[in-house]
Design a protein. Structure first.
Length: 199
């Protein structure tokens, strides 16, 4: 049995932190996992900036409410889900993901959790497990499942390389150069065809 494992931000929806950076006029928040391979370092950097500006969960959720899936993303998922089980494996947080899952037709998502104080400020975060994406695909393998994976960032590389087939989608030139053996696509039709071939 095959499970298709997809990243969320940059693959199905725009980057949440970039949208929030644009909305708040804080360019430092545009830094993502495309730029920083160390996720813990990136999140501590983000939380420091939020504290400096007095911004909490409610302000981020307000921006997320206005984010729509990328054009063609919902249709891509609708065509993919009859062919294989699909899980979105994301390093985003449940408090961010819910409105986006509704717009994508409620696919299954495995993500992390924010720790939020009574004042609405984000105090910290709780990862599901170390190396969340790689650990998840390996657990699926241990359960007797094959995985096909796609993502756009450094934190997707592990699950892409560990799957029976893996693809970059709308990734950076730097990642394409660093991993030239990973097929890279920019259109949903091409990604869907590659997944079909791997199935």
């Amino acid at each position: 049995m095959n499970v298709v494992c997809l990243d969320l931000e940059g693959v199905l929806v725009p980057e949440i932190w970039i949208a929030f950076a644009d909305a708040t006029g804080i360019p430092e928040l545009k830094r993502t996992t495309r730029d920083e391979p160390d996720y813990d370092k990136l999140m501590e950097y983000r939380l420091d900036i939020l504290r400096q500006h007095g911004l909490g969960l409610a302000q981020i959720q307000e921006v997320i409410a206005g984010i729509d899936p990328m054009p063609g993303a919902r249709e891509f998922l609708d065509q993919l889900r009859p062919l294989a089980q699909v899980i979105i494996i994301s390093d985003t947080f449940s408090q961010f993901a819910r409105p986006l899952m509704e717009k994508l037709g409620w696919p299954t998502i495995f993500c992390n959790e924010l720790i939020v104080g009574e004042d609405g400020m984000i105090e910290s975060y709780r990862m599901r497990c170390p190396q969340t994406k790689l650990t998840t695909v390996r657990a699926l393998h241990d359960a007797g499942l094959d995985t096909i994976a796609s993502g756009d960032s450094y934190n997707d590389v592990g699950m892409i390389l560990d799957s029976k087939a893996g693809f970059f989608f709308r990734t950076t030139d730097a990642l394409r150069a660093e991993y030239p053996d990973v097929p890279a696509y920019t259109e949903y039709f091409d990604l869907l065809e590659a997944i079909k071939a791997a199935l």
